[in-house]
Design a protein. Structure first.
Length: 129
């Protein structure tokens, strides 16, 4: 899946500055079901281009019969993997290993009763160096 395959045009919330990190699209039955503002993610702001940043870089997979949106930027990424994500071009594929790590992290959180996404109160991990 290309880096921005799930991205859509900014919503009114984004235009009003209510969602400073962008919007997350997804839900239990389809990617258009729910629209939520993105948070700071597990590692905070990550610069992927001059004057641009990413926090979650969302994707989705099917788990227990439901479509599960989840972040690709997770604490289990190695520094090289985070660098790959930061440097991907719009039409490039995200490496399979990164998908596997992100899905494993999401499943682990779901099994603990947590959202796959970092909550605003969770301790943010430092970016791997």
């Amino acid at each position: 899946m290309p880096k921005n395959a799930l991205a859509k045009k900014p919503s009114n919330m984004l235009a009003q500055g209510i969602a400073p990190y962008g919007m997350r699209y997804g839900g239990e039955s389809g990617l258009d079901e729910m629209v939520l503002p993105k948070g700071r993610g597990f590692m905070g702001d990550i610069s992927d281009k001059p004057l641009d940043k990413m926090t979650e870089l969302s994707s989705a997979f099917e788990y227990n019969g439901k479509l599960v949106p989840h972040p690709l930027v997770v604490p289990t990424l190695l520094p090289e993997e985070l660098s790959m994500l930061k440097n991907l071009k719009e039409d490039e594929q995200i490496p399979e290993g990164i998908y596997r790590k992100a899905q494993a992290h999401a499943i682990s959180r779901l099994e603990q009763g947590l959202s796959p996404f970092a909550s605003p109160t969770e301790l943010r991990y430092p970016q791997p160096k």
